[in-house]
Design a protein around this ligand. Structure first.
Ligand code: NAP
Length: 228
């Protein structure tokens, strides 16, 4: 298969890149950190195509997606994993703008461009990585939780739009995962990355509509959906 992962230089996206290349799939990976991308390509040159790109820059993102599309020719699965999330209790405006530029504006351009590629192909599997945090407003990271709520609703809209087409839309909704993204004091239920990766890969294989990872976080997801 040909797989595109936006946000693969670290954390969940990087672990998915390892998973899919170990299975022999071609994987195009996006991120801003050029050195890490070069290391990934050197590590697995026959299966890895890299695009250095900041998704908050529309023209950069558009040309990177077009370039990856040309190299892969067809895309079977596109996983939009890129995201930023800073604690910002003092409401620093630049931090809020950065979060919106990546998690809302750049993210929307990425999912829409890939959805339109899938429409032209007549098939494709779009996977978004949202967050259980999108169900829970938080005073310490308001733009992060709001941006994840946006992604959750946007993904649902695309899933409805895809009905009756050859396009599948899966939302992966993680709880806390042991990556650089998990910040703050007193974090609980921080899940190991290998376990999270295995559950995400399984959900993608099964073409699940929405998968909260891990199982433990499904309990909190249920409480937040019904009682908050
Ligand atoms: N870890 C958690 O507890 C947790 C919980 C719920 C949801 N999530 C979600 O899971 C996704 C992956 O996060 P992670 O935990 O794996 O954290 P991570 O290790 O920080 O990974 C984030 C990835 O996104 C990329 N990225 C960030 N901003 C970007 C930009 N403007 N343009 C291009 N790429 C960008 C980063 O690459 P570069 O820095 O190289 O650009 C990196 O590859 C995020 O959407 C996050 O919101 C994480």
């Amino acid at each position: 298969m040909n797989i595109l992962i936006i946000g693969a230089t670290s954390g969940i996206g990087n672990s998915l890149w390892r998973h899919y290349t170990s299975e022999g799939h071609n994987v195009a990976v996006f991120g801003r950190r050029k050195k890490l991308l070069q290391e990934m390509e050197a590590n697995c040159p026959e299966l890895t195509h890299t695009e250095c790109c900041d998704i908050s820059g529309a023209s950069q993102l558009e040309s990177a997606i077009a370039s990856a599309h040309r190299r892969l020719r067809n895309i079977d699965i596109a996983i939009i994993c890129a995201g930023t999330g800073e604690l910002n209790p003092l409401l620093d405006i630049a931090t809020e703008q950065d979060t919106i530029a990546t998690n809302v504006t750049g993210w929307t351009i990425a999912v829409d461009m890939l959805y339109l590629i899938f429409e032209r192909q007549g098939y494709g599997h779009l996977v978004t990585v949202t967050s259980v945090g999108g169900l829970q407003p938080t005073p310490v990271a308001p733009s992060y939780s709001a941006s994840k709520a946006y992604q959750i609703n946007y993904t649902k809209s695309l899933r409805r739009k895809a009905r009756g087409t050859g396009i599948t839309v899966t939302e992966i909704r993680p709880g806390l995962v042991d990556t650089r993204m998990a910040k703050g004091d007193g974090l609980f239920w921080v899940m190991p990355l290998p376990k999270v990766t295995a559950q995400i890969a399984k959900a993608i294989r099964r073409k699940s509509k929405c998968r909260v990872v891990t199982n433990r976080w499904r309990i909190l997801n249920f409480i937040l959906r019904h009682f908050s």
